[in-house]
Design a protein around this ligand. Sequence first.
Ligand code: SAH
Length: 359
Amino acid sequence: MSALPIPLLGQSLSALKDWAVAQGQPAYRGQQLHTWIYQKGIRSLEQVTVFPKAWREAVQGYPVGRSRVVQRTEARDGTVKFLLELADGQLIETVGIPAAERLTVCVSSQVGCPMACDFCATGKMGYRRNLELHEILDQVLTVQEDFGRRVSHVVFMGMGEPLLNRDTVVQAIRSLNQDIGIGQRHITLSTVGVPRQIAWLAQQDLQITLAVSLHAPNQDLRQQLIPSAAHYPLDALIQDCRDYMLRTGRRVSFEYTLLSGVNDLPIHARQLAQLLQQASRSGVQLHVNLIPYNPISGADYQRPHPARVQAFVRQLEQYQVRATVRQTRGLDGNAACGQLQGSFLRSLPGRNAFASTSA
Ligand code: SAH
């Protein structure tokens, strides 16, 4: 069986020029193709009206690498969640989050996730496979197309653990920057931590923001919530974050999902502040993002009362740790953290992409 052609989406300007030349066309056709793929967002080569008709017809079946939108759900706050079907029938989700001048896309990096965090819907689904380069970039182009405006920010906070698909994720970051035109400082990679991978990322000379999912201020509690943390002691994780900040000069943000009565008590705020003070002793800046838990089915946690959330912020401030509460967007459209996919699949009789692994 011959190998499938590599999709055009994800290819650099020079690779597209080479492709055009290999097809017997002048190199500037590759330049045109670059604009039509990344700026105009074509879904097939048939749409490239600047190409000679005969050539367009000859190459029309060549894959651009776009995925199919199978469901679109808009929440009252304007957040739009998309369920995308990949070429092999797998489903992933991506979210477009509009705010004043910003348009942020929350992208997935894997189908499912093997990390199994206890409060995360994707974690309950298990792992299917890594996403390919075009499948990551497609999510951004899909949101751009739907909103009819440029995406300004990208966060790797959808399905999956990006550092388990690190090479493709870093290629995607470079392409988002060079081909789609999104500033590296407007790109955030969120990780729960995978041994040795933060050090590797620090060497990639990127100017992105690293966000680390902490969720607990001590090793025991962290291991309860995040099984994979058993292989990555909290001290080692914090040390790696510190090295990352020193090497890249970029501040790290720490995510902390607040689970009522589990990790949101004054003792946890104090432990968290002490832990982070260790990291910032060298003068580097850090920031805490508090995420009130979004209830998911199959997990027995509660969202803390807003007063408790505010108290947690004040307790951290007493120890000079700055924290912001991340507003939950898209809750009514079922567009918060890993929810759409599950409910969509449940609504389709006889179809469950995660049948073998879902809780
Ligand atoms: N695998 C990456 C990206 C996950 S999604 C990571 O772990 O960082 C981005 C953030 O949302 C993570 O901090 C994740 O732990 C958090 N999250 C997942 N499910 C959640 C839920 N139900 N409520 C609140 N935050 C959640």
